[in-house]
Design a protein around this ligand. Structure first.
Ligand code: GYE
Length: 329
């Protein structure tokens, strides 16, 4: 498919979702908005509480469920796949109407998804994707395009060093190993920077999307790498942890080491307005309303797009202070 055709497809899917939000967002005439009078029960297995992004996402999902008159059974997996599998099995046993979940890693879901399918409980993926070949195992996936986010991070870097020939040493703080955002943000970024051999990823390790791990791994990078020009962090929490490590090592984040981050949470905008992060690629966690709408449609047997992408931007330091008061997360 051409890029333009793909963009048109995504745009039409988004229009469909947006207009659906307008009409069904308040729940319609009956509690579940399907006109049946039966209150929907949804089992939702969340990844954990590892980051500012996640906190905002959880709140968005819980608020939207309440608003839509949906009973939400919420389960926190503490970043462990085994906990998510247990939660999904328990939702199946409880005969919930729909299961929604944000898979901590991409692979290893086929068995439990097949169990849900056999029990005739539809599954909706949100935020992160699975790599299952069998597409009948889930109804739809609502979330960001992480490869695109990685590319945006790479595009900024390429522009920043345009016309320069010296080697640019990059350290990378990866998200949770095996997760869609870690895999895809790495792939998108690498894809863009590989065109110019001056860009070198000299060290790359997981910081599990947390501040504490981001700090710890950055400390190790600072010890082992004689020259670091750029830090690419797969999320803001790891970037914020790394900033502490850089400052404790007597260096200036954003100046001595340029910092590229992803998410766009408030704390990162504050750091950006102080010159400590150079650019932040936005990833929107406020998926709750769209998710509830999608769930209602799936339960009602309506045709839904297989893939619904969220719209996002890129923010630089000169935009940070102005954008800060309006950040919702
Ligand atoms: O970027 C990170 C969180 O899956 C998009 O997970 C999400 C990522 C987000 O822990 O902060």
């Amino acid at each position: 498919m051409s890029k333009r055709a793909a963009a048109a497809l995504v745009a039409s899917a988004m229009v469909a979702v947006l207009s659906a939000c307008g009409s069904g967002g308040s729940g319609g005439s009956s509690a579940d908005g399907t006109g049946s009078g039966h209150k929907l029960t949804v089992g939702f297995s969340q990844v954990g509480a590892e980051s500012g992004w996640r906190t905002a996402n959880t709140k968005s999902v819980q608020d939207a469920a309440k608003k839509a008159g949906i009973t939400l059974k919420f389960s926190d997996a503490q970043q462990k796949q085994e906990n998510q599998i247990k939660a999904i099995r328990s939702f199946i046993q409880q005969k919930v109407d729909v299961i929604a979940f944000s898979p901590v890693v991409e692979s290893g879901w086929d068995t439990v998804l097949k169990e849900a399918k056999d029990a005739k409980i539809p599954v909706v993926l949100t935020d992160r994707a699975v790599d299952s070949k069998d597409e009948s195992l889930y109804a739809s996936f609502l979330g960001s395009d992480f490869v695109e986010e990685g590319k945006r991070a790479g595009d900024w870097l390429v522009k920043q060093y345009q016309g320069k020939t010296d080697a640019v040493n990059i350290v990378e703080l990866q998200g949770t190993t095996g997760s869609a955002p870690a895999n895809d943000r790495k792939a998108g970024f690498t894809d863009v920077i590989k065109a110019d051999s001056k860009f070198k990823i000299v060290a790359s390790q997981t910081g599990d999307f947390t501040r504490a791990k981001g700090k710890e791994v950055m400390q190790a990078f600072l010890k082992s790498q004689p020259k670091i020009d750029v830090l690419y962090a797969h999320n803001d929490d790891m970037a914020l942890g790394a900033i502490q490590a850089i400052e404790e090592a007597g260096k200036k984040p954003g100046t001595d080491i340029k910092i590229i981050s992803v998410d766009g949470v408030k704390d990162a905008f504050t750091a950006m307005s102080q010159g400590k992060i150079n650019v932040d690629v936005e990833c929107n966690p406020l998926l709750g309303d769209q998710l509830m709408d999608l769930i209602k449609k799936v339960k009602a047997g309506e045709q839904v797009p297989r893939r619904i992408k969220t719209e996002e931007g890129v923010f630089t330091q000169d935009q940070a202070a102005a954008a800060l008061p309006n950040r919702q997360y």
